[in-house]
Design a protein around this ligand. Structure first.
Ligand code: WTA
Length: 649
């Protein structure tokens, strides 16, 4: 199914890297884990359920009687925050550091498990005073600071459902999400540090709240100290309101299937989907995978260099590491502030042993040059992960050689917001990993590559990635839209979860991910919907019509390229219009959605039924010869577009 020469190239990759001997000998998971899980996958997950401390033990591991609506660990009762924090304190690990926080300006904090218990107990009492009850939703819009984690766990402690919105999203995106999930309380900060400067967040919340009639309370963490107007009766400073609360709070046990959080992600339509994760299965999924795929040991220093506002942050900065009682690094800022060695300086300083990040940032480091990491001691690194997009073999090999001193295994982990935790990945102590391949479903997970009819393809062939059995950390539904949940994920192939990714099995049966097969783009590991950006463009008074494609890009994987038709009478003043439209998208959605290019064109290529042929636009964006145009309603359109773009019209 690949029309892309780069992908064919990829499949000729022949290198593979077996695990270092010592790691293999002491690995948390050994090769027999696959057999054990295959023999009885429910028994496997029942055993993984023992990672949690239950108030009431579950009576049934999986209830799939109402498929595709799963219930895991039925009958069980537990508290997520207790599992993440209190039980470690009770076990005598109160003084263990949960987070080494490193602020972008260089300020640092050490937060122990005892500190964390006090903070989230106060937070739970504060939310209760604001009237928040179990089952209510709370929106969180924060920078990467410890209070973001306190806020999430405070919600979990009282059974409230948190809905974190990445701090880069614009007011409109925030408002849509708040309204969709019905949040009445918002937790935010005055601002956060980004590239050496304070960047406001509360001002965005104020703008969003003009469109959210139900929000009655806003808690504001002081981070930057910037000027922050407060609305009387609605807004409260976190340090004044929360810090004064009692640090005593008894966590209540909730049902295993009690909702834990909602996270919005882009789908194929303009409307973002509220992915719902519930308590026990989700906690099992992320703690098991962090332990297995990073070979987590008690003295490891673990760092997921992602934002808490994305699922990677939820699962591998917050819940996975905390349920495992691990020590993590939490870094607020960008990799090049104040200098391009900042990450390596952090690894050197805290002796980080496990690192998890995205290919896009690795490609950026490659461009900056290997002499930068060479200045630091990275010898503590044991296992390194990659997530969010396919990692090209060159980036993989560079990561392993330059950062991992040619010894630390790289685990290329495939998963999604919907899957809650990693699904396909090498095991660091078992797999001889091939650069560019996520290899095999991990023990307990069953996935396959199928053709159009849903039949498993033979080795050496490509098709669609599916998950063939339910798993504990799977999404339970799309918030408020069960039909869309069934349609999107479970209707394409009978009884199988359709991931939306293309994939190929090589001759050994190992899996290579080939990117999305729907109208979803992946820019720097961020999921973006073409339709959502098109809607944003069309909301600009100058634009009549827009089509957006993801074009391959050396650094960001894909980049947003937009084609627009201006309205009759709208003036096309070249660069100024282009800049205006790019900024408009950044304002409407987020700077991460800002198109790399906007091309003003006279027409868009459409089929006779009026569907825009994005494939042809992609050819232009990627500077290829134009493919087959015979299905176009007007076959001269592509000529008109090219003439315009080369300055001929
Ligand atoms: C892509 C991020 C190839 C894929 C955790 C998926 C990957 C989407 C990989 C989910 C990988 C994630 N190799 N592609 N190792 N990991 N993807 O929801 O297209 O932000 O469907 O979750 O990212 O993105 P999401």
């Amino acid at each position: 199914m690949s029309e892309n020469p780069a992908i064919d190239n990829l499949l000729h990759e022949t290198r593979s890297f077996p695990p270092p001997e010592e790691l293999a000998a002491n690995a948390n998971l050994k090769a027999d884990a696959y057999d054990e899980a295959d023999a009885d996958y429910e028994a496997w997950w029942a055993k993984q359920g023992e990672r949690l401390t239950w108030d009431t033990e579950p009576t049934q591991t999986l209830d799939w009687s109402n498929a595709p609506f799963a219930k895991w660990y039925s009958g069980g009762k537990l508290n997520a925050a207790y599992n993440a924090v209190d039980r470690h304190v009770e076990a005598g690990k109160g003084d263990k550091v949960a987070y080494y926080f490193e602020g972008e300006p260089g300020d640092t904090r050490e937060i122990t498990y005892s500190d964390l218990k006090d903070e989230i107990s106060r937070g739970a009492n504060a939310l209760t005073e604001l009237g928040v009850k179990a089952g209510d939703t709370v929106a969180i819009y924060m920078p990467m600071i410890p209070e973001t984690i306190f806020a999430m766990l405070s919600c979990a402690r009282i059974g409230a459902v948190h809905m974190v919105v990445f701090g880069g999203f614009a007011a409109d995106s925030l408002a849509t999400r708040i309204n969709d999930c019905g949040a009445k309380v918002v937790i935010t900060a005055d601002g956060g540090y980004r590239r050496g400067k304070p960047a406001g967040l509360k001002d965005t919340v104020d703008a969003a709240l003009e469109k959210t009639p139900d929000v009655h309370s806003v808690l504001v963490v002081r981070r930057t100290g910037q000027d922050t107007p407060m609305t009387d009766g609605r807004d409260r400073w976190w340090d004044e309101f929360v810090d004064g609360q009692s640090a005593e709070h008894t966590p209540e046990a909730f049902d295993a299937e009690h909702p834990l959080y909602i996270m919005y992600t882009s789908g194929t339509t303009g409307k973002p989907k509220g992915i719902l994760h519930t308590t026990a299965g989700y906690l099992v999924g992320c703690s098991y995978t962090q332990w297995a795929l990073f070979d987590l040991k008690d003295d490891d220093i673990y760092w997921t260099a992602a934002d808490v506002g994305w699922v990677t942050g939820h699962s591998y900065i917050v819940y996975g590491p905390l349920v495992n009682g691990a020590t993590s690094v939490l870094y607020e800022g960008t990799p090049d502030t104040p200098h391009q060695g900042r990450w390596w300086e952090i690894i050197d300083k805290y002796k980080v042993s496990l690192l998890y990040c995205a290919p896009t940032v690795i490609r950026m480091f490659m461009k900056w040059g290997e002499e930068i990491p060479a200045k630091y001691d990275l010898s503590t690194l044991r296992v390194m992960g990659s997530v969010g997009e396919p990692i090209n073999p060159e980036a993989y090999v560079w990561y392993r050689r330059v950062i991992g001193h040619d010894n630390a295994p790289v685990v290329d982990t495939w998963w999604q917001t919907e899957t809650g935790s990693v699904m396909i990945s090498p095991l660091p102590g078992v797999t001889a990993a091939k650069p560019g391949s996520a290899m095999r479903p991990i023990p307990g997970i069953s996935a396959d590559v199928v053709d159009e009819r849903g039949e498993s393809v033979p080795n050496g062939s490509g098709g669609y990635l599916v998950v063939t059995k339910p798993w504990p950390s799977m999404l339970r539904t799309i918030w408020g839209d069960d039909d869309r949940y069934v349609d999107t994920y479970w209707s394409r192939f009978d009884g199988k979860y359709f991931a939306g990714d293309g994939a190929k099995k090589d001759e050994d049966g190992d899996i290579w991910l080939l990117g999305r097969v729907d109208d979803v783009m992946n820019v720097s590991g961020h999921r973006m919907s073409t339709t959502e950006i098109e809607s944003a463009l069309v909301s600009h008074p100058k634009v009549a019509e827009a089509a957006v494609v993801g074009a391959s890009d050396e650094t960001t994987g894909q980049a947003v390229v937009a084609f627009v038709i201006l309205r009759g009478g709208a003036e096309d003043d070249g660069d100024a219009t282009v800049q205006e439209l790019r900024n408009h998208v950044a304002r409407e959605i987020s700077p991460i959605a800002k198109p790399r290019q906007v091309m003003v064109v006279p027409e868009l290529p459409k089929t006779r039924s009026g569907k825009i042929m994005r494939r042809l636009l992609q050819d232009i964006a990627e500077k290829r010869d134009i493919g087959d145009v015979t299905t176009l309603a007007d076959s001269t359109v592509m000529d008109q577009i090219q003439k315009k773009l080369t300055g001929g019209a």
